[in-house]
Design a protein around this ligand. Structure first.
Ligand code: IMP
Length: 424
């Protein structure tokens, strides 16, 4: 398929990086279309572990890598990552950054932290990477874009305009230190030298690639339930991870997207605050966290763990138009005798539903209705295809397919790049 979107179907951390890495083998371009360094993808190749935050995962396989207009970029993170890949022997000459992407400025980081502190108990639990404040400025039309670094005069003017307002907020509302124009501009001018060669018209580049029949992957960051419009607002990120945004965030027509592959863990995790109906109560919560290594790549925070939630996953299938699923980390479930799967929610009025509640008060009060499937204790690491899975593991996968009416095309069984089972 020429244009495939890979989208997180839960609350993030589904292992999208590994699936993108696998599919990137047969692709020409890998594009990020939203988000910024709040994402953290881990790719394990033999002895080497790559932790990627800004660049598309395709960098590990030397593919053409595009950071689209829908992304936000922290120049320091991007430069550190470019330097690191070059140090490890990977060329970065095929990295292209949209001039329309927005830059995360130091005040965005400061405001993200200060605003979380101020919210106290109502805090969102952001990654504190400046994502929300940067997208807010984009919408308010006072953001600084990558193309601004191409002209030092414009850059300084824009920083001056932004600082005049941001410093007021920082000092008067958040009672923190203001930023100094000369220092911020000086640092960014330095970064500009390093980033300049990568700036390109990425919309044109991707359009041409598709016209030539090249194969393009659109790599979602975060996930459906963290989507600004379709997620569990306000406990969401400030961009649109859903698949349709791949077209907007890269600058191609909506009809150019051919296939949507959803990525879901075989259970659920969530970082940060917010409702989570199938969150595990009792010692299995800790057990699953340890078995799955469920600690944040970016912040090191613990991830809350839950049983697979098919109500939420059915919703993800709907809002993304998911054609096929990749079910990751099935091996983590090998150690449980019984596996509850949430098939419906019970709502406050006593009714049960298979459909994700449209309103927050229903979702906040929703109680999971479980069907319990038998576990398995055979190891999965000797399996080569989905058909090789032990009978109960196979039944688990088939149960998901039946309930969602979507084919599970890939199954993840371990951290290594090779631990992904296919159908054939
Ligand atoms: P922000 O994106 O830093 O503004 O954080 C908003 C919410 O999204 C918080 O609950 C974060 O924990 C969550 N979040 C952001 N990025 C990721 C991710 O890559 N994985 C999981 N959760 C994320």
């Amino acid at each position: 398929m020429p244009a495939t979107v890979i989208v997180g179907a839960q609350w993030g951390d589904e292992g999208k990086g590994k699936i993108v890495d696998l599919l990137a083998q047969d692709s020409d371009l890998v594009c990020r279309y939203q988000g910024g360094p709040n994402a953290g993808h881990t790719i394990v190749v033999g002895e080497e572990t790559y932790k990627i935050r800004a660049l598309p995962t395709g960098i590990v396989r030397g593919k053409i890598c595009v950071i689209g207009n829908g992304c936000v970029i922290d120049p320091e993170v991007l430069i550190a990552e470019l330097d690191e890949f070059e140090r490890r022997g990977h060329s970065t000459e095929n990295v292209f950054v949209s001039g329309n992407a927005h830059l995360i400025m130091p005040w965005h980081l400061a405001i993200d932290s200060a605003s979380e502190r101020r919210l106290g108990k109502l805090a969102i639990g952001t990654t504190r990477r400046g994502i929300g404040p940067c997208y807010a400025d984009k919408a308010a039309r006072i953001g600084i874009r990558v193309q601004d670094i191409l002209d030092p005069k414009i850059l300084r003017q824009k920083i001056e305009v932004a600082l005049a307002e941001k410093n007021l907020w920082l000092e008067r509302v958040y009672e923190t230190k203001p930023f100094e124009l000369g220092e911020v501009a000086g640092r960014l001018e330095e970064h500009a030298q390093r980033i300049r060669p990568y700036v390109a018209d990425t919309s044109l580049l991707v359009d041409r690639a598709l016209k030539e029949g090249q194969s393009v992957l659109f790599e979602g960051a975060q996930a459906t339930l963290l989507d600004l419009d379709h997620g569990t607002y306000p406990f969401v990120t400030s961009s649109n991870p859903v698949a349709a945004y791949a077209a907007v965030g890269v600058g191609i027509g909506a009809k150019r997207l051919d296939r949507v592959l959803g990525v879901s863990k075989a259970y659920v995790t969530r970082v940060g605050e917010g409702p989570f109906p199938s969150e595990i109560e009792g010692p299995d919560q800790e057990r699953m966290r340890e078995l799955g290594g469920e600690y944040g790549t970016v912040t090191g925070r613990i991830r809350r763990c839950g049983w697979l939630d098919l109500v939420a996953l059915r919703y993800a299938v709907r809002v993304n138009g998911i054609d096929q699923l990749a079910l990751t980390k099935l091996d983590v479930l090998s150690h449980f005798d019984e596996l509850p799967v949430c098939v419906r929610y019970e709502l406050p009025d006593g009714t049960e539903t298979e459909d994700f509640p449209a309103h927050q008060s229903d979702f906040h009060a929703a109680r999971p209705v479980y069907e319990t499937l038998p576990g398995w204790d055979e190891p999965l690491d000797t399996c080569e295809t989905i058909g090789d899975l032990p009978a109960n593991a196979r039944s688990y996968v088939e149960f998901v397919e039946r309930e969602l009416d979507v084919e599970v095309q890939l199954v993840g069984t371990g951290a290594e790049r090779t631990n992904v089972l296919t159908r054939a």
